[in-house]
Design a protein around this ligand. Structure first.
Ligand SMILES: [Zn+2]
Ligand SMILES: [Zn+2]
Length: 269
């Protein structure tokens, strides 16, 4: 489930398995720890008892507190080796100071956390490297998280096959970005091939590659300045309609607030 989404900070929790096999993962933490704790409590979970922390890339809106959260929870941090030292909070010395065990992952090499098989997919973004993830449970259920990518081609080649729950970036409305408050270099950065996905790019991706298995779609990382939830939702609905999936109603992840993104109703604990 998503706790925070957007350029003011991203944080998600992933629950999988049951009983002895149950694991809870934190995916990115670019928000204050206190905010994360409060949002996790709203979801009846605790950030201090997670089993692992997973990092997509070094941008501060994703990485600011991952080492702190891992340290407090005494949980290992899964990160690509090249993100280490990219910013002060990710320094080797900081990781050591907080007694965090670093478990490096590599692009396209699946690894196991409890009952979950996690495959890191490299994404085109201006923090090198950036990864999205496919999560597969023991019974074959698949979920995917793709945010912070400049163009969607990487998602077209069957990557989304079998995915039941998809979190996908719908960052900006092209017209709002072009006519909005951002200076030209920033507009260029965001809309370039190493920036973010527009509503239309993500919608086109769904048109072409929406898997028939999909049961839940969550639109994430919406820009506060260059997008509106109803514009992102309209673009997604139109694409789902074209893909013959008007049975799906997209959810929108707000900047702060719990959104359950799993394929099934959340089981009671
Ligand atoms: Zn971001
Ligand atoms: Zn980023």
């Amino acid at each position: 489930m998503l706790l925070a989404s957007g350029s003011t900070g991203n944080c998600a929790l992933i629950e999988a398995g049951q009983g002895q096999d149950r694991v809870v993962l934190v995916l990115d933490c670019g928000i204050a720890q206190r905010t994360g704790r409060d949002l996790a409590a709203d979801a009846r979970l605790s950030l201090t008892s997670v089993d692992a922390v997973l990092l997509t890339h070094a941008h501060a809106d994703h990485s600011a507190n991952v080492v702190a959260v891992a340290g407090r929870a005494k949980a290992p941090l899964y990160a690509h080796p090249k993100v280490v030292d990219q910013r002060p909070q990710l320094r080797v010395s900081e990781i050591a100071r907080r007694k965090v065990e670093l478990r490096p992952y590599l692009s396209q090499r699946a690894f196991q956390v409890g009952p979950l098989t996690i495959t890191p997919i490299p994404l085109p973004h201006d923090a090198e490297p950036t990864h999205g993830f496919i999560f597969e449970s023991e019974n074959g259920q698949r979920a995917a998280y793709f945010s912070d990518l400049g163009h969607p081609e990487v998602l077209m080649n069957g990557v989304l096959e079998g995915v039941e729950s998809l979190v996908l970036e719908f960052n900006y409305d092209a017209e709002m970005l072009a006519n909005g408050p951002y200076p030209p270099h920033l507009v260029q950065r965001i809309s370039g091939g190493l920036g973010h996905l527009s509503n239309e790019q993500s919608a086109e991706n769904l048109r072409q590659a929406c898997p028939s298995s999909l049961r839940q779609l969550t639109l994430a990382h919406l820009s506060r300045h260059n997008n509106r939830p109803h514009l992102a939702a309209e673009a997604a609905r139109a694409a789902l309609n074209d893909a013959g999936r008007n049975d799906l109603e997209p959810k929108i992840a707000p900047p702060r607030g719990v959104v359950y993104a799993g394929p099934n109703p959340r089981p009671a604990h």
